[in-house]
Design a protein around this ligand. Structure first.
Ligand SMILES: C[S@@+](CC[C@H](N)C(=O)[O-])C[C@H]1O[C@@H](n2cnc3c(N)ncnc32)[C@H](O)[C@@H]1O
Length: 289
């Protein structure tokens, strides 16, 4: 079978299984198997595949047709231009979360109180994508990355190592807070993309999203349980004047602003993502540095 023939067959099969963006998915699977870029497939359409390539590609197509997310099928996802290894035990890094990273980088680079060797806490690190991107973009930052899931912590550790950032990213098991630091008020910046989907909305999600860990998605009855806890407890880890940055869900801006204001945070802001959805909440811990 040639590249073109398998591409068409894969596309038809994925479409028959109602996989969204079937053409792109078929091409990405083939490009992965042939270790080439997508546009090269068109240039090599008449090339015959080896039996092994055909077998591997079809196996991946069948997995994708079961609505397993493409990132799990291929084992990685690009995030801030970095290749992040993923598995079904972690959330697949999302473009919205790149905005959380960009906001944190911007803040560390601009805020004189933070300085260059910022101490950063990443709460609910999952694959470690946020920590890896921050360590990559802020060469002097020291990062503590926490999660409650041992499988996520193992993968975060692997991603940190793969990008040679293991020495600046400390991976720790923690239930939201208190990652074993004896001192309080040690962090200049705390970032988190917490679970924020209301429990009753989970059933309405696409089959692919339901393959992701519930622990990474379920934000409790109103979706705000983890955010509420983080806002309440972050001051224990943040230094006075330190920044809290949170990715939040659709329509959660007003409630999150209210939590932050009630807890005495200052400089409260919610910035929109590329889709115009209020997405990144930021605020400073009360008590000037
Ligand atoms: C939305 S995912 C974010 C993962 C990653 N930071 C990202 O942006 O792709 C939320 C993460 O929080 C973790 N988590 C959920 N409850 C937690 C808790 N009580 N303490 C620590 N981490 C928790 C989950 O295991 C999951 O990895």
């Amino acid at each position: 079978m040639t590249v073109d023939q398998l591409r068409r067959k894969a596309q038809e099969h994925l479409a028959s299984c109602r996989v969204p963006e079937e053409a792109a998915n078929a091409e990405l699977i083939l490009a992965y198997v042939l270790e080439c870029r997508r546009p090269e497939l068109r240039l090599n359409g008449a090339r015959p595949l080896t039996g092994r390539q055909e077998h591997q590609a079809w196996h991946l197509v069948l997995e994708r047709s079961r609505r397993i997310p493409l990132a799990y099928v291929l084992g990685s996802q690009e995030f801030m231009g970095l290749d992040i290894k993923v598995s079904p035990s972690v959330l697949i890094p999302r473009p919205e979360t790149e905005e959380l990273v960009a906001a944190a980088v911007d803040l560390v680079r601009r805020a004189p109180a933070v300085g260059r060797a910022a101490q950063v806490l990443d709460i609910g690190t999952g694959s470690g994508c946020v920590s890896v991107a921050l360590a990559h973009l802020l060469p002097e930052a020291q990062i503590v990355a926490t999660d409650i899931s041992p499988a996520a912590l193992a993968l975060a550790e692997e991603n940190a190592r793969r990008h040679q950032l293991g020495r600046r990213i400390r991976i720790m098991k923690a239930d939201l807070f208190h990652p074993g630091k004896r001192t309080s008020g040690w962090a200049d910046v705390a970032v988190s993309n917490p679970p924020y989907i209301p429990t009753k909305e989970l059933a309405r999600l696409e089959p692919e999203v339901l393959r992701e860990p519930r622990l990474a998605l379920d934000g409790g009855p109103d979706g705000l349980a983890a955010i509420r806890a983080i806002v309440a407890e972050a001051p224990a880890d943040l230094r006075p004047g330190g920044w809290l940055l949170l990715e939040i869900g659709h329509g959660q801006g007003p409630a999150v602003r209210q939590f932050l204001a009630k807890a005495g945070y200052t400089d409260i802001d919610v910035r929109k993502d590329a889709q115009g959805v209020p997405r990144i909440a930021s605020a400073r811990r009360p008590g000037a540095p």
